[in-house]
Design a protein around this ligand. Structure first.
Ligand code: HEC
Length: 129
């Protein structure tokens, strides 16, 4: 009898530690934002190259080699000022498609859309040599 009481007392003293631990709910798996399948749209503040200012800016990037406004300062690299529009477009497309051999222009031409090339063709055709 004594032994039984002692056992019961010790079981009661153990108290909650003997109680079955409540099941801990599994933490929800962290959600990872899916990687955008398409690149984000062009920001609204990106200016278009197809405005008068845009065409001037695009064409200005050519000036370091072809001269200010396409007027060559002489030397190895041809001027672009007064160049025939259709000739300009054909050359740019040939560079772009690798049909005209080039040291640099095949890389540069790839950076422009057909519309941008046409806009620069108009711009340079209108410049005085
Ligand atoms: C880093 C120097 C450099 C820059 C910048 C440059 N070009 Fe050229 N360009 C050349 C060279 C060099 C050639 C001769 C072909 C070659 O070797 O790539 C050439 C040739 C050309 C030709 C052929 C000319 C002809 O009489 O047949 C056109 C058209 C032309 N470039 C347009 C452009 C335009 C448009 C830009 C600006 C968007 C530009 N280039 C920027 C160096 C440059």
């Amino acid at each position: 009898m004594r032994t039984t009481i002692a056992l019961l007392t010790s079981l009661l003293a153990a108290g909650p530690s003997l109680a079955q631990a409540p099941a801990v709910p599994a933490a929800p798996a962290p959600t990872v934002a899916p990687i955008a399948p398409t690149p984000p749209p062009t920001p609204a503040f990106a200016p278009s190259n197809l405005t008068p200012t845009g065409v001037r800016s695009m064409s200005a990037t050519c000036s370091s080699c072809h001269g200010t406004n396409g007027v060559s300062a002489g030397g190895a690299i041809a001027g672009l000022a007064g160049l025939n529009r259709d000739y300009f477009i054909i050359q740019m497309k040939s560079f772009k498609e690798g049909k005209r051999e080039a040291t640099l222009m095949h890389q540069i031409a790839k950076g422009y859309t057909d519309a941008e090339i046409a806009a620069m063709a108009d711009y340079f055709a209108a410049q005085k040599r």
